[in-house]
Design a protein. Structure first.
Length: 95
């Protein structure tokens, strides 16, 4: 709906466009969201119908409620233009 993409959704982009928007931003988290926002500003984006597989480990280890609320806090910070450094410690590496 909003065409904001997350890394687990599989982001494909032409090299010239990737370089034009400066690649992924240096940020403690959500580089995928910030990148896709710039991508949308740069031009038309599309969605492939083919599924990809990704790991559900964050949702399984942290729980659906906690993960959802953390994602909403992060989204809120992005929309308000706040820094993400403070939230990065809450977004644990679950690999």
């Amino acid at each position: 709906m909003f065409k904001i993409f997350y890394g687990d959704q599989g982001i494909f982009v032409r090299r010239d466009i990737f370089e034009k928007i400066g690649g992924f931003p240096e940020t403690p988290l959500c580089e995928d969201v910030l990148f896709s926002r710039e991508l949308k500003i740069t031009g038309k984006v599309g969605i492939l119908r083919d599924p990809i597989r990704c790991s559900p480990r964050r949702w399984l280890r942290q729980g659906i409620g906690k993960t959802f609320l953390l994602n909403m806090r992060i989204t809120s910070h992005i929309l308000q233009g706040k820094g993400l450094e403070a939230l990065a410690k809450d977004y644990k590496d679950v690999r």
